[in-house]
Design a protein around this ligand. Structure first.
Ligand SMILES: *Cc1c(COP(=O)(O)O)cnc(C)c1O
Ligand SMILES: [Zn+2]
Length: 398
C-alpha cells in the first residue's frame, strides 16, 4: 500500500502517482513487518538481501550489485573528537553514490509497470545512476541538469551511459519542476526521490548500519541533506527494524546542510513543519545545492521524532572536512558527503554531540565525482627529471 504521510490517504502499489491526490503531500510505502532478522544473515551482501522488505517483484529486479558498502571504524578522527565514530562509505556503490540504492528499486518498479521512458532532474548523481540503470534495463532515459553546476564526473557518467542529457538554464529546483510536469502528463516515469520506491531502496542504508553494528542502532546518524529524501529513507529503515524488534533504540537523525542552501535547518531552528525555500541556493557542495527540498515533511518528521538535530556548515568547513577524511582516514568523498563530517565536528564543539556517543556519518558519494574541486584543494606536483641525485635532494629537503 502507498500512503500519504500527511493526510493518510491510501493508494494501490501499482498506481503511478508521486504526490497525494487529496492534499498534495508526499507518499510512502507501507510494508508488512513480520520477518525474523535471521532471514537476512548469511546472504550475499547487497541490498537485495532485504528483498522481503522491498515491495517490488523479484523476477523484475534490475541490479548492478548495489549496497553492502564499507562500514569503517574511524578511530583517529573518533579519538580526536572523543566519540565512537563509524563512516558508511556510499561512494562504493556501482556508480559511486547512494543513489544506486534508490535506482535499483525504482528501475525494478519501472520494469514492473512496463514503462518505456524514465527521467529525472538532478544535481548530478541521480542522473549518473539513472543513466546506468536505464541502460541495464534497456529503457529510454532523459535527464535535466542545472546548466554549468554539475560536477565533471557525474556529467561524464550520465552522457557515457547514453542518457539524453538536457542542460536547463536554471537551478535544480527549476529543472525538477519542469521534469515533474512532464511526468504528470505521462511523457515519462519520474525517478526523482519524490518517487516513494526510490526511498524503499535507500532505507537499506539504515538497515545495513544496524546489521553492521550487530543488530544495534548507533546513538546518532549524521548525513548531508539536499532534497531530503535520504534522511527520510534512512529513518524509515531504522524505524522498520525497530518496529520488528531487531534492536531496542533508534538513532538520532542529524541532517547537515550548506549555509547557502539550508531551508531544513532554518525550519528546525524555529521548530516549524514548513520550510521557506531558498530562491538562489549556492554551495561548493553541488549535490546539496537545493533550495526547495521535496521531502521536507518527511525529513522534519524524522528529525523531530528521533530527537535529532539539524545544523549548517560553510563551504570552507566542508572542504576542510573533505581533506581531513581523505588524509587522516583514507576515505575520499565528494564535497557534499563531507558536510556530514564537518557537521559532526561543529556539533561536537557545540556540545550537541556528547562525549562517548556512537556516531555513524554517512558519506554519500565518491571523491572522483568532482575531480576539479579535489585538484583545486591541492598544490601542483613538482616537476623534475628522473635523475636520482635530484630526486634524493628533493625528498631529503622535505
Ligand atoms: C543526492 C545527494 C545528497 C543529498 O541527498 P538528498 O536525498 O537529496 O537529501 C548528498 N550527497 C550526495 C553525494 C548526493 O548525491
Ligand atoms: Zn494527503
Amino acid at each position: 500500500m502507498i500512503r500519504c504521510v500527511s493526510c493518510g490517504e491510501k493508494y494501490n502499489n501499482d498506481e503511478i502517482i508521486y504526490t497525494c491526490g487529496n492534499c498534495g503531500s508526499v507518499l510512502e510505502l507501507v510494508n508488512d513487518l513480520n520477518i525474523p532478522k535471521e532471514t537476512f544473515e548469511n546472504r550475499k551482501d547487497t541490498l537485495w538481501k532485504y528483498k522481503e522488505l522491498i515491495p517490488v517483484r523479484e523476477d523484475k529486479i534490475v541490479t548492478i550489485g548495489e549496497g553492502g558498502t564499507p562500514f569503517c571504524k574511524c578511530d583517529k578522527l573518533g579519538d580526536e573528537l572523543d566519540i565512537d565514530l563509524y563512516v558508511k562509505v556510499e561512494g562504493s556503490n556501482p556508480t559511486g553514490s547512494f543513489k544506486d540504492r534508490g535506482m535499483t528499486v525504482g528501475m525494478t518498479k519501472a520494469m514492473e509497470l512496463g514503462v518505456d521512458t524514465v527521467g529525472c532532474a538532478s544535481t548530478g548523481n541521480t542522473s549518473a545512476s539513472l543513466a546506468a540503470y536505464a541502460a541495464r534495463a534497456g529503457l529510454r532515459c532523459v535527464v535535466f541538469l542545472p546548466s554549468g553546476k554539475v560536477a565533471l564526473g557525474k556529467l561524464a557518467q550520465a552522457m557515457f551511459h547514453g542518457a539524453e542529457v538536457i542542460s536547463i538554464n536554471g537551478n535544480f529546483d527549476e529543472a525538477l519542476e519542469a521534469m515533474t510536469s512532464l511526468a504528470l502528463e505521462k511523457y515519462l516515469y519520474l525517478l526523482n526521490s519524490i518517487n516513494p520506491y526510490r526511498l524503499e531502496g535507500q532505507k537499506t542504508i539504515g538497515y545495513e548500519i544496524v546489521q553492521d553494528l550487530g543488530w544495534s542502532s548507533p546513538d546518532r546518524i549524521i548525513l548531508p541533506v539536499g532534497n531530503a529524501g535520504n534522511i527520510s529513507a534512512i529513518w524509515k529503515g531504522i524505524s522498520e527494524f525497530y518496529e520488528m524488534g531487531y534492536m531496542d533504540s533508534k538513532a538520532m537523525m542529524t541532517g547537515i546542510q550548506a549555509e547557502g542552501a539550508c531551508p531544513i535547518t532554518k525550519a528546525f531552528r524555529k521548530k516549524a513543519m514548513d520550510i521557506v525555500p531558498f530562491e538562489n541556493p549556492e554551495t561548493v557542495a553541488t549535490a546539496i545545492r537545493i533550495g526547495s527540498p521535496v521531502s521536507y515533511t518527511k525529513a522534519l518528521n524524522a528529525i523531530y521524532d528521533s530527537n535529532g538535530y539539524s545544523e549548517t556548515v560553510s563551504d570552507d568547513e566542508i572542504l576542510a572536512a573533505q581533506k581531513l577524511l581523505a588524509q587522516k582516514e583514507g576515505i575520499g568523498v565528494e564535497p557534499a558527503s563531507a558536510a556530514s563530517i564537518a557537521g559532526l565536528m561543529k556539533l561536537r564543539e557545540e556540545g550537541i554531540v556528547d562525549k562517548g556517543e556512537q556516531v555513524v556519518c554517512v558519506v554519500t558519494g565518491h571523491v572522483l565525482k568532482d575531480p576539479n574541486t579535489a585538484i583545486e584543494a591541492c598544490t601542483e606536483p613538482v616537476e623534475v627529471d628522473a635523475n636520482i641525485k635530484k630526486l634524493k635532494e628533493l625528498l631529503l629537503n622535505k
